[in-house]
Design a binder for this molecule. Structure first.
Ligand SMILES: Cc1cc2nc3c(=O)[nH]c(=O)nc-3n(C[C@H](O)[C@H](O)[C@H](O)COP(=O)(O)O)c2cc1C
Ligand code: SF4
Length: 391
């Protein structure tokens, strides 16, 4: 298979994307006390810009300081807007052709109780108070405001995080049987999402700004999204496919498919040594979504492949095959882009043999779990030393 399958341009929301590689959002946990990007944050994204992916996503950016799961999680606000403008300017100086998008997030029940404020969509273990409808409307407006700020900062688009057990995911889960207009039926569980997208579209008016969504097509938890019925134990794509159809109808320009949950299901989210076959689950879910919509679809879960039980074939084999078979439009890189930001450039230049290959050793994830700055502990001395330091 040649590299042409990766180097073909594609249109996303009316903008041209020069190739099929996407840097997925991955948290760096290195912003300042207000949530503004620091020199380290800027360096990470300039490296990604130079790395040559068609689209780079900025990691989960909190819509408020209360919405953080990480102590140094970036936050977009009036106060930090100028710093985000600088970040975007530096990114574009390094690569004027790539799209730079931002992921917007509220960590919901996973917000840290020490430095932020966990909130619950419905009663679950550990829930102190469940959000009222008025409070939900306030969070919806918070997302809409951040989308406008992201457009003002110069990003090409914003992705709403409805994945991995964070607030958006809690809304759409069948477990959300709260009474009233935000729970129980599919229409009610997706209302928070619809209201954000519709409100943002109105506020953006004619501005050329892409809206997208990242979601877990199967989160694998009891009563989680992508299960059969309210309490099914079997994967079922009925609701996920209705959800992406809704996103397309509302005017979203891109969909990013993920799986699993940070609330107890990391093996599905991050296929690793113990579960190499998990890559195939991602391919299957993504292919189903791809066949249900006309807007571009990003797939994930590729980093494990280099060291998987799928012997004899590397990331490029499966990525190229999925592209040419029509199972996906864009290849998302999570850990492989942390290990080597230059991955897309090296592949497109025919130098794949020089890639610093991610071994899915989980070092970066452990830094995140320890609330430290996040990077590759295998290839980068700063993060290697950080991983040895006491918590
Ligand atoms: C350290 C780390 C941070 C992550 N941060 C985010 C994030 O901010 N938002 C998100 O949607 N996914 C996040 N993810 C998940 C990745 O985007 C991706 O879905 C996952 O790593 C699987 O892809 P891979 O096999 O290429 O690594 C993170 C993953 C890791 C390892
Ligand atoms: S620390 Fe390990 S899992 Fe993370 S990017 Fe580096 S090699 Fe991959």
């Amino acid at each position: 298979m040649g590299i042409e399958v990766f180097s073909r341009a594609i249109a996303v929301g009316g903008k041209s994307v020069p190739n099929r590689f996407v840097v997925l959002p991955t948290e760096g946990n290195d912003s300042d006390a207000d949530g503004a990007p620091t020199a380290r944050t800027i360096e990470r994204y300039v490296n990604h810009a130079r790395g040559g992916a068609g689209i780079v996503f900025m990691e989960a950016v909190a819509i408020s300081r209360d919405a953080r799961a990480r102590i140094s999680q970036p936050t977009l606000s009036d106060k930090t807007l100028e710093a985000y403008k600088t970040l975007v300017k530096d990114f574009r100086s390094a690569n004027p052709d790539a799209l730079f998008m931002i992921q917007l997030d509220h960590a919901g029940a996973l917000s840290d109780s020490v430095f932020a404020k966990p909130v619950f969509v419905y009663d679950k273990p550990g829930a102190c108070t469940v959000l009222t409808d008025d409070e939900i409307a306030g969070l919806r407006d918070g997302f809409i405001k951040c989308i406008i700020l992201a457009a003002d900062a110069g990003f090409d688009g914003a992705e709403l995080k409805f994945a991995h057990g964070f607030l958006g995911n809690d809304f759409i889960d069948p477990a959300n049987q709260r009474p009233g207009k935000y729970g129980s039926s599919f229409a009610n569980r997706t209302r928070f999402f619809s209201e954000i997208v519709e409100g943002a579209r109105r506020a953006l008016d004619a501005r050329n700004f892409i809206l997208g969504v990242r979601f877990s097509a199967y989160n694998g938890l009891p009563k989680g999204f992508g299960s059969s019925g309210v309490d099914g134990s079997v994967e079922d794509m009925d609701e996920p496919l209705r959800f992406v159809t809704l996103a397309e109808q509302l005017g979203c320009g891109i969909i990013s498919v993920s799986a699993g949950s940070a609330a107890g299901n990391l093996d599905i989210l991050l296929p690793g040594t113990a579960y190499a076959e998990g890559c195939l689950r991602h391919f299957r879910l993504t292919s189903r979504v791809k066949h249900a919509v006309r807007i571009p679809v990003i797939g994930a879960g590729y980093s494990r492949i280099a060291h998987s039980g799928l012997q004899g074939h590397d990331l490029l084999y499966w990525a190229g095959k999925n592209l040419s078979d029509g199972n996906v439009d864009l290849i998302g890189l999570g850990r492989q882009a942390i290990a080597d930001a230059a991955y897309p450039d090296k592949v497109l230049a025919g130098k794949a043999d020089t890639v610093k290959v991610c071994t899915t050793c989980a070092g970066c994830g452990m830094l995140l779990g320890d609330q430290k700055n996040v990077g590759c502990t295998l290839y980068d001395e700063y993060y290697k030393e950080l991983s040895k330091a006491r918590k």
